[in-house]
Design a protein. Structure first.
Length: 102
């Protein structure tokens, strides 16, 4: 991801990170509080994502999977969607779809 090797980090649970500032991925999270029926859903390489903009970057959370995967991409990495493309195969292969976006 972002041309960097993965490393494990402690972020209130197990996470992987790449680069500096780090792109991080965390798994087995609850759905984001702001995710509501009718929220925007962006599908990238067969994975549905909910996007939130924060002070330091984008927080992408999977939608409709057996568990939520969260990907944080700092603004230094543009376009941020490149990280979604990089994560897509792993999410598709490891986290089953329960209720995809329509």
């Amino acid at each position: 991801m972002a041309g960097a090797d993965a490393r494990t980090v402690d972020s209130g649970g197990v996470a992987l990170a790449w680069g500096d500032p780090p792109i991080t991925v965390r798994c087995a999270l609850p759905a984001p509080a702001r995710l509501q029926p009718g929220s925007r859903c962006d599908t990238v390489e067969g994975v549905d994502w909910f996007t939130e903009r924060g002070e330091e970057g984008y927080r992408f959370s999977t939608i409709g999977r057996a568990t939520t995967v969260e990907l944080f991409v700092p603004y230094e990495y543009e376009p941020a969607a490149d990280a979604l493309v990089d994560m897509a195969a792993t999410v598709r292969e490891t986290v089953p779809v329960v209720n995809p976006c329509r």
